[in-house]
Design a protein around this ligand. Sequence first.
Ligand SMILES: Nc1ncnc2c1ncn2[C@@H]1O[C@H](COP(=O)(O)OP(=O)(O)OP(=O)(O)O)[C@@H](O)[C@H]1O
Length: 241
Amino acid sequence: MAIHVKDLRKSFGSNEVLKGIDLDVAEGEVVSLIGPSGSGKSTILRCLNRLEEPTSGTVEVDGFRITDPKVDINQVRRQIGMVFQHFNLFANMTVLQNVMLAPVDTGKKSKAAAREQALSLLERVGLSEKANARPAQLSGGQKQRVAIARALAMEPNIMLFDEATSALDPEMVGEVLQVIRDLAQSGMTLVLVTHEMGFAREVCDRVVFMADGVVCEEGPPETLFANPQTPRLQDFLSKVL
Ligand SMILES: Nc1ncnc2c1ncn2[C@@H]1O[C@H](COP(=O)(O)OP(=O)(O)OP(=O)(O)O)[C@@H](O)[C@H]1O
């Protein structure tokens, strides 16, 4: 199992945001988390690489129990790429330098090897011609594709996408979804928080519907969207489809 979450709880002060989440993601599986705003989707994702400290429960990623205080979280994070809604690129570096940075900084690759890899990743996301540009010269969709290339540079086994297209103008959403679609087809384990129901339906093996900090319903998209069982999911789908 690539990801194994058991009875995960997270509170911010007195606000219990995750109320006992069980979630398994198999290697190579593509899972999307959907649900109303504030239901805890991003918080789950952030607990998967301990950007948030769970209040209780266990999270295992790639065989590491990352909720164990003794685990080297930096080592685990290197195996988990994360892409955020806002691209978080380094503005004072070129696109190529952004993608090369982590493998060089962590000693994973020499500068020459990291450069070669970065060029090949930029080709993969369709941005070879932008290698020497600065982030400010790119469109939102291009910036997000650089952010994906940068996450891939650490050769992660798992990629987490937190509303990767939510900050984009509608005409740029498709180009980012195409890159994610290609990753899904490559067999990588992906967990996506998304508001793109059409994309979830098309690309994901499984969709997990959350409401109020619990998993309400889950299943293959064709079943879940066509035949929602709970009134909450029926209500949610009636608003977003
Ligand atoms: N750092 C934080 N401090 C306090 N409260 C937080 C923090 N992060 C999240 N929350 C709260 O936790 C709840 C769940 O937030 P979360 O971002 O996980 O929801 P979400 O389902 O991803 O929502 P959205 O679709 O709007 O992004 C919200 O009520 C939010 O205000």
